[in-house]
Design a binder for this molecule. Structure first.
Ligand code: NDP
Length: 676
């Protein structure tokens, strides 16, 4: 049998395995089939290449350019995913496991591509939050901005998700504008290597943006600086070892960890056998125990059910587990494949033995189970194993030992407070789920357990058809957890991008802030529009370009007409005496919406032109009532521009309405789509 040579990609070169290479075995047959790692890898050259070539190239682009790269990468990987599937069977993963890892990873790239274009600016500075008023007259303001780190992100990944594990870290990193060095776990690095090859061959990324280490990382971590980030997924032991590296501590190198987790699922007190929730609970637990042969950081390790339903849970779950066909993952009939390696199998058995000190095994016998199409002894196969812990209050291992395989423990609770206390005994987890149709149960768990879990997943008959599953971290939502889970947080949309950027507090005058963030702030200099801005195309408009309209006097007839015409006859607009009794109004006042309509009438340029549509209005505030006889005028300023595509872009206008005394009566942001 030929041994595949799994290379690293360092400073623009593919480096084949050499001295110190590690042997990789097939999960299905146990036979050696690949080799990875080379002690001679020049890690300093890799860091230099990322910092001096990849970083500057990425930072020269804007968020939207980088988001477009992610979209192109996702499409490219999608076009080649069959090759990734074919290779990934060797890790023991089934076709449905591939959907989680490979399709899930590609989906994550797509989501970040979309979020980058929708939620981040079409520029190089991300503005975090509102302008802070730091002075009485508004000449000195504050604003938080985020800019990309100037270093490199070192991504150390676990064996269980060779593709998703890489892409869920890579997407926010590239979007931030930071180059990455990816170090997959050796056991499954050959799948990551193919995904990296595909991405590099596509030519989508600039040189130096992505490098790969298969095998050992050498002393790379000893060479990191305050501009670098380590993002780690794996065991708590390794995380502890790496994060306490003196060099990392001395240099305050960011270290994001996602490690062990004793995730729980609680069956609500309302979800008795016979309810849709009971069936849903059993289905979700079975799926979480068997997907990826239980090698999921989010898998349900502790099944927490009302004491009186424990026998029914064990019976129903055992019946479902009995239908799990174990075998060669390439077979269509196989529902659960192998663990990643024989070492991993031994590790799971050792951890299951610890759990057995607290609990009785009620389903699954590792000495006696059927495997289809493969040799149960030679491959890393295990059956699902269900334990029952009769005394969870006095048990230890069931709450602190993560058997990273198809192993889970049922335990009973007396009341909801007890269920919450048991869920929290995991001392920090990635996810806890609650299957309940009772919103008061959900609220109680959210308040009692939220602090211990990175994600709470509620499901019931109303949401089950569309729910995404207890075990699926979604790119939109944060993934991570306190305590045992590592104390880190990944993804969560734009939040995940921030791990690779520095948030900086900027203080200065309105002009200084506007120039830095490329967003006009009130009181910054106005640019006198050469022509009506609605006649100018997207790319011709400048930030700060402003028009001031003529005034318009609001009459009592206008207010009465508007009331009758729209049906808004609220007393403040129609009944002088009643309006006077209201502490907010001097008497009858104009409708706020009348003022908005008049404002549009004042600033609109009516002819066909580059403004394609009014797409919304944000942050509307009515600040001072307008009475009949008052005259309003409008200041319209280009606040921010966001290109959408080659045909059009969004313009955010700052709109201020003032009265005859120059006092503000209303303020808002108007959104238009303008032809490019
Ligand atoms: P490890 O912690 O052993 O490895 C995780 C990653 O760290 C791998 O890429 C590994 O590389 C790397 N690594 C290990 N030692 C070093 C080092 N000294 N310097 C730099 N990198 C290093 O976890 P595994 O992936 O092997 O999984 C082992 C256990 O971790 C599982 O059984 C499970 O309990 C837990 N785990 C938890 C996960 C979670 O998210 N909850 C996810 C995956 C695993 P290499 O493979 O080359 O050693």
């Amino acid at each position: 049998m030929t041994i595949e040579q799994i290379s690293s990609f360092a400073a623009g070169q593919w480096i084949a395995p050499g001295s110190g290479a590690r042997t990789i075995h097939s999960a299905i047959t146990g036979a050696p089939f690949a080799s990875a790692g080379n002690d001679a890898l020049d890690v300093q050259a890799m860091l230099d290449h990322a910092r001096n070539v990849g970083g500057p190239a990425l930072r020269a682009l804007g968020f939207h350019d980088r988001a477009r790269m992610l979209k192109a990468l996702a499409a490219h990987l999608g076009a080649h995913k069959q090759a990734l599937y074919d290779l990934s069977f060797n890790t023991g993963a089934t076709q449905s496991d591939h959907l989680i890892d490979i399709d899930g990873g590609i989906g994550t790239l797509f989501v970040f591509a979309s979020k980058g274009r929708r939620e981040m600016p079409d520029g190089q500075v991300y503005v975090d939050g509102d302008v802070e008023q730091l002075s009485r007259n508004g000449t000195f303001l504050g604003q938080h901005i985020c800019t990309p780190l100037h270093g490199v992100a070192v991504h150390i990944n676990a064996f269980n998700f060779p593709v998703w594990g890489m892409l869920e870290k890579l997407a926010p990193t590239i979007l931030a504008g930071v180059p990455a060095i990816v170090k997959p776990a050796t056991n499954s690095c050959y799948v990551t290597e193919l995904a990296v090859k595909l991405m590099l061959d596509s030519g989508i990324l600039p040189d130096g943006a992505l490098q790969l280490v298969t095998g050992g990382l050498g002393d790379m971590l000893d060479r990191l600086t305050c501009q670098d980030v380590v993002s780690f997924t794996g065991s708590a032991d390794t995380a502890l070892k790496l994060r306490q590296n003196p060099h990392i501590l001395e240099n305050s190198v960011r270290f994001v960890a996602e490690q062990d987790s004793l995730n729980a699922s609680i069956l609500g007190p309302d979800a008795a056998p016979g309810t849709p929730e009971f069936d849903l609970f059993v289905k979700e637990v079975q799926r979480e125990m068997t997907a990826k042969a239980g090698q999921k950081c989010t898998a349900i390790r502790r099944i927490i059910a009302p004491e009186n339903t424990v026998p029914a849970v064990i019976e129903a779950l055992s019946a479902r587990l009995a239908k799990t066909t174990i075998g060669d993952p390439r077979l269509e009939s196989t529902r659960m494949g192998a663990l990643v390696s024989l070492d991993q199998k031994q590790d799971v058995l050792a951890k299951a033995a610890l759990i057995a000190e607290d609990a009785e095994r009620v389903y699954g016998d590792p000495e006696n189970f059927a495997v289809e199409g493969a040799d149960a002894e030679a491959g890393a196969f295990l059956p699902p194993m269900l334990f029952h812990c009769a005394d969870p209050d006095n048990a230890r291992h069931v709450h602190n030992t993560e058997a990273f395989g198809p192993v889970s423990t049922v335990m009973g609770y007396r009341d909801l407070d007890h269920a919450i206390a048991l869920a929290n005994r995991g001392e920090g987890s990635l996810v806890a789920s609650v299957i309940t149709h009772d919103p008061t149960v959900a609220r109680e768990v959210a308040l009692g357990a939220g602090a211990f879990h990175g994600r709470l997943y509620f499901n019931n008959r109303d949401s089950m058809k569309e729910s995404t599953g207890h075990g699926s971290p979604l790119p939109h939502m944060v993934h991570g957890g306190p305590g045992r889970a590592g104390g880190g947080e990944e993804m969560g949309g734009v939040r995940g991008v921030m791990h690779y950027m520095q948030r900086t507090a900027i203080q200065g005058s309105p002009d200084i802030l506007s120039a830095i963030a490329d967003v006009w702030v009130p009181e910054a200099q106005e640019i006198k529009a050469e022509a009506h801005p609605f006649t100018r195309r997207f790319h011709d408009l400048s930030i700060g370009e402003t028009i001031h309209t003529d005034p318009r006097t609001v009459s009592l007839e206008d207010i009465e007409h508007f009331a009758e015409f729209t049906g808004d006859t609220f007393y403040a607009h129609t009944d002088e005496d009643a309006a006077k009794r209201n502490p907010f109004f001097p008497g009858r006042v104009a409708h706020g919406y009348l003022l908005l309509s008049f404002a549009a009438g004042l600033f609109v340029e009516p002819n066909e032109g580059p403004v394609l549509a009014n797409t919304g209005l944000d942050n509307l505030r009515f600040m001072k009532p307008v009475s009949a006889g008052d005259a309003i005028k409008v200041r319209l300023t280009v606040k921010k521009k966001t290109r959408r595509n080659d045909e059009y872009g969004e313009v955010r206008w700052h709109v201020t309405l003032t009265d005859q005394d120059d006092e503000k009566v209303a303020e808002y942001e108007l959104l238009t789509m303008n032809a490019y």
